[in-house]
Design a protein around this ligand. Structure first.
Ligand code: ZN
Length: 198
């Protein structure tokens, strides 16, 4: 790739290290970037840096936020007695869009996957268990209905049951293998309302 020159090759290489960006897309993006007005390129690189430096995990629910405690956890009108467990911040956003869930969330930042070597200690389960020592009445498990999501749901229900807190699983209105973030709001609400106690 040396015929592009060192700087260009470096840019292409950096871009192709991003998920879902193959060699061809990386080249296309690199050419697009070097043809941008300088100001736009500066804004883009500063935005990436700012996001990387300031976005962290909420100290309570582990979602991505730019504050110590995210806006949902610090909202006094939300019900702290109900915690919905989701795999990632995109899933949280999907449920938030429905505007119907008034409890709090817990974001695992992943799911248990023996195939990929991701165990219970690799996701934010410890943080969930600490929260359950507070005044929690129900844990709604809303992990995806993939193999990983189901494995994680089963694991969590086994952890929570001995505490006496009610555990439920969202209904299977969510298609098997379906990612929560792609499912329409009506289906999400139906899945939430039709949840079953585990
Ligand atoms: Zn939070």
């Amino acid at each position: 790739m040396d015929y592009y020159g060192k700087e260009m090759s470096r840019l292409i290489q950096q871009l192709s290290s991003l998920p879902g960006i193959g060699a061809k897309s990386a080249q296309r993006l690199a050419f697009h970037i070097v043809n941008m007005p300088l100001e736009q390129a500066k804004t883009l690189s500063e935005t990436i840096l700012d996001a990387r430096e300031h976005i962290c995990y909420c100290k309570v629910c582990c979602t991505l936020t730019d504050q110590e405690i995210c806006p949902i956890c610090s909202d006094p009108s939300r019900d702290p007695g109900t915690i919905m467990v989701v795999e990632n911040t995109r899933d949280l956003a999907a449920y938030e869009k429905t505007g119907k869930f008034k409890g709090l969330y817990h974001v695992l930042q992943g799911a248990i996957s023996p195939m990929l070597g991701i165990g219970p200690a690799d996701i934010r389960l410890k943080e969930l268990m600490i929260r359950l020592k507070g005044d929690v009445k129900e844990v709604i498990i809303a992990t995806n209905s993939s193999l990983e999501g189901e494995t994680t749901a089963m694991y969590i229900s086994r952890l929570v049951k001995p505490t006496g807190i009610k555990v439920s699983r969202i209904a299977s209105g969510v298609p098997v293998g379906g990612d929560l973030e792609y499912i329409d709001e009506v289906t999400l609400l139906r899945a939430l309302e039709g949840r079953t106690q585990l």
